[in-house]
Design a protein around this ligand. Structure first.
Ligand code: ZN
Length: 252
């Protein structure tokens, strides 16, 4: 028995499959990542609708006997044309999609994952070059929360002290948590390779980035060095959670 299923869906990736078909990957609140074959030549309307970062309602035709799924229709509600107009936006959106796929759509928190991805992509659609890179860092920080690996920014995991806001902390890759200066005194964290520095400005920014809508992020400035430190931190956290570092995080 075959049947048709409807989803709210975000297109994450489309790639060639076989001679003339394509394989599409969607994020849905109903089932997480949904993979389906997209039939039709390069000029087909359906193929132009099912393109990365488009958001809308998806119809999938399922054939349980063959264990196959095909896209039967996709009604686009958000096209986000701006993402493809600028290199930095495209790069950031691509890294976002790869991160979601690597994390299996959010490990069960699919609704939250889709809300976060939508908000970030909407902001990316009009972001400037620097803003696009920072939006990716914000997304990765909040994605750590979706995966349940976002560390507390104001307490030391080792001595449990409340860390003063103006203090530099270290992120322990092994513990997946922040530790204070006193607890790292004897181990030379800067040279051990097991710790990442987190300056007070980055901590403040992370707290803000975790609580505001991506569209508001441009109001909170972060200097170049701090932005680089924040990115090293969030990609370090996710490398630990996913078991590998994604190449798309480092594309410039
Ligand atoms: Zn401590």
């Amino acid at each position: 028995m075959s049947r048709s299923v409807t989803y709210e869906a975000l297109v994450l990736r489309v790639r060639p499959s076989g001679e003339s078909n394509r394989e599409a990957f969607f994020l849905t609140p109903e089932e997480g990542i949904v993979r389906a074959i997209l039939y039709g030549g390069p000029k087909s309307k359906l193929r132009s609708h099912v393109a990365p970062f488009h958001r809308g309602t998806l119809w999938i035709y399922r054939d349980p006997a063959k264990d196959s799924r095909k896209v039967s229709d996709f009604d686009v509600r958000s096209w986000r044309p701006g993402i493809r107009e600028q290199y930095e936006r495209t790069i950031a959106a691509g890294a976002l999609a790869e991160t979601i796929l690597a994390g299996h759509g959010g490990g069960g928190n699919w609704d939250e994952a889709l809300t976060l991805a939508d908000a970030t992509l909407d902001a990316l659609d009009t972001a400037d070059e620097r803003g696009a890179a920072i939006l990716l860092v914000q997304f990765l920080w909040n994605w750590a929360n979706v995966l349940g690996v976002q560390p507390h920014t104001d307490t030391c995991a080792s001595c449990a002290c409340e860390c003063p806001a103006d203090e530099l902390l270290w992120y322990s890759k092994q513990e997946g948590a922040f530790v204070c200066r006193r607890c790292t005194d004897h181990m030379d964290p800067a040279n051990s390779g097991a710790y990442l520095p987190v300056n007070p400005g980055v901590r403040r920014w992370l707290t803000v980035a975790g609580s505001i809508h991506p569209a508001e992020l441009h109001r909170y400035t972060l200097d170049t060095a701090s932005a680089a430190q924040a990115k090293t931190l969030v990609t370090g956290i996710l490398t630990g959670a996913l078991g590998r570092r994604l190449a798309s995080w480092d594309v410039r």
